[in-house]
Design a binder for this molecule. Structure first.
Ligand SMILES: C[S@@+](CC[C@H](N)C(=O)[O-])C[C@H]1O[C@@H](n2cnc3c(N)ncnc32)[C@H](O)[C@@H]1O
Length: 305
């Protein structure tokens, strides 16, 4: 790799780093020649610092004698490799534990950030993974929160103490690898929350009144529980009950919200008339009382692999 005088690295540093990055001067690059254990710890450290990823590797791993990085980098693939990895793991454990136990949480499908913000107030760090730009735009920024624009399936995430996924699995086509990744990413605990019962939304009542049909089947918590058992996971289960009141600023907003959920069976004229009847005025809002919703939370400690 030719030396660039405007680079943030001097020639000696560039010589070392060139082994581990496909380039040192562009924002898009790939990692190479790095064991998984180093990559995991590197991303974890990177999410807590202002430094560039390359600078973190140099300062906090390559130039840190305690990290065991030198041995790792020179390991030739024989038995010494394992000793080097173990030594590095011990170091990373010490580094990570230094940030506090149970302190790093990862949220798969953070939505508008209601759980992410609450967790950020209690924990040291939260990584919120959310594919929808509209949802991400609503997540209030926090100094100790990283927001990643990605689906959970595609996200490149370091392991976290707690991995949490609330009300996301309803639309996931292939839940087994999704759940397996949640489990593989959790050091201490996995939590998956899903509703049991109908969707608490005026569209549910509207559909019944429009055509009397049951609506699209939505995966339930009980389906998740059975699936987990088939995956060899016997989770603890906690149920939560909470009242749901849907609020709209106008009839238009309610119509739009219901139209999105009902899809092809939508009948505009009928829906408007029914919604006018179903919604009641409360101050400036139009509200619909969806009753008490029931959700289950499956939670378990992943077995060490
Ligand atoms: C019903 S919201 C729940 C949001 C949040 N967890 C909560 O409880 O408030 C579902 C969220 O999952 C996100 N989502 C959908 N598919 C996803 C995927 N494959 N990976 C991660 N998130 C996904 C959606 O963009 C949406 O924000």
């Amino acid at each position: 790799m030719a030396f660039d005088p405007s680079s943030e690295f001097n020639p000696a540093e560039a010589g070392v780093l060139g082994r581990y990055f496909t380039n040192l001067d562009r924002p898009v690059f790939a990692l190479r020649n790095l064991p998984e254990v180093v990559k995991g710890a590197l991303f974890s450290r990177y999410s807590r610092t202002e430094k560039s990823l390359r600078r973190v590797l140099l300062d906090e791993f390559i130039n840190e004698p305690d990290s065991g990085f030198e041995a790792l980098a020179q390991a030739s693939g024989d038995g010494d490799d394992m000793v080097a990895v173990r030594r590095a793991e011990e170091f990373y454990e010490r580094v990570l534990v230094g940030y506090g136990d149970d302190s790093v949480a990862e949220l798969a499908g953070a939505g508008a950030g209601r759980h992410a913000v609450a967790l950020a107030e209690r924990l040291e760090w939260v990584t919120a993974i959310e594919p929808s730009e509209g949802m991400r735009a609503q997540i209030p920024p926090r100094d100790n929160m990283t927001v990643i624009a990605s689906t959970w399936e595609d996200a490149e995430v370091a392991p976290a103490d707690l991995v949490i996924c609330c009300h996301v699995l309803y639309g996931i086509e292939d839940p087994v690898p999704f759940i397996a990744k949640l489990q593989a990413s959790a050091r201490e605990h996995v939590f998956i929350m899903l509703r049991e019962g109908p969707v608490p939304h005026p569209a549910t009542a509207l559909r019944q009144r429009m055509d009397g049909g049951p609506g699209l089947p939505v995966p339930q918590f009980s389906d998740l529980f059975m699936l987990l058992m088939q995956m060899g996971i016997a989770p603890d289960v906690t149920f939560v009950r909470y009242p749901v009141v849907n609020r709209y600023q106008s009839l238009e907003e309610a119509v739009l919200d219901c139209r999105m959920l009902i899809g092809a069976d939508w009948d505009e004229a009928k829906a408007r008339t029914l919604l006018e009847d179903m919604l009641s005025a409360e101050g400036d809002d139009l509200v619909f009382d969806s009753g008490v919703a029931l959700s289950g939370i499956a939670h378990w400690q992943p077995r060490p692999s």
